[in-house]
Design a protein around this ligand. Structure first.
Ligand code: SAM
Length: 216
């Protein structure tokens, strides 16, 4: 991954971010102070640009954390309905509080639970989405994708964050032992995206690597 180009985009975004509302900075600070991982600036900027182009009316997010990306998505698509799943109770509670503070709770369904279980329930209820954003346990992306595929309308998009994981997915010659298994899984996941005949996928090396997969 070209780290320099990412740093350049981050610097540009930072330099020109004075027009961004204060709540964005507040949520970024909250995430930082509580060591909650949220999307990187260049990654979220790219994700939001894809959403502006695609204009989904319904979005399923796998991995809410404190509601940062969900609220950023709402900000660019205020008419869209966002369903988002988080299994960590403390983060879920912060997400509920943050969305409530925003006064837009009716545009959201925040679910506390394991995404595998919750997505299976949605499959049974035959719920469909225009867009699924996968941003939870990286070792389980293939399973999330399988469920997302069933929940996605034709023409819909699946967006996956962290598919290049710190560049280790591109060059795995020096992966710390604790990440080795996850990196292998991400490499397999990326192969699956490109081999899957039902999707046209591409990966953009912004943030931690973002994959966009369009369902045929
Ligand atoms: N999308 C968020 C943002 O950018 O603001 C960040 C999400 S964070 C990278 C990933 C979150 O997924 C964590 O809060 C974690 O607890 C949650 N998570 C991981 N595996 C999960 C699962 N199987 N079901 C539900 N949540 C999960």
């Amino acid at each position: 991954m070209n780290i320099e180009s990412n740093q350049y985009i981050d610097r540009l975004l930072q330099k020109h971010s004075s027009h961004l509302p204060e709540w964005i900075d507040k949520l970024e600070q909250e995430a930082k102070s509580k060591h909650v991982p949220i999307m990187e600036q260049s990654g979220i900027a790219y994700l939001l640009q894809i959403l502006r182009l695609h204009q989904p009316k319904s979005i399923l997010e796998v991995g809410t954390a404190i509601g940062y990306s969900a609220l950023r998505m709402h900000d660019v698509l205020p008419e869209a309905f966002i369903t988002t799943i988080e299994r960590d109770e403390e983060r879920f509670k912060r997400a509920v509080a943050n969305v409530s503070d925003f006064g837009v709770y009716e545009q959201f369904e925040l679910i506390l639970g394991d995404a595998h279980v919750e997505m299976d329930k949605m499959i049974n209820e035959q719920i469909l989405f225009d867009c699924v954003f996968i941003d939870a346990s990286k070792g389980q992306y293939e399973k999330f994708f399988e469920a997302a595929d069933v929940l996605l309308k034709p023409g819909g998009i699946i967006i996956t964050d962290n598919v290049l994981f710190r560049g280790y997915v591109i060059d795995d010659s020096d992966v710390p032992k604790r990440y080795a298994n996850m990196v292998k899984k991400l490499q397999r996941y990326n192969d699956m995206l490109f081999e899957n005949p039902s999707y046209i996928s591409n990966i953009v090396p912004v943030g931690d690597g973002v994959a966009i997969s369009i369902k045929q």
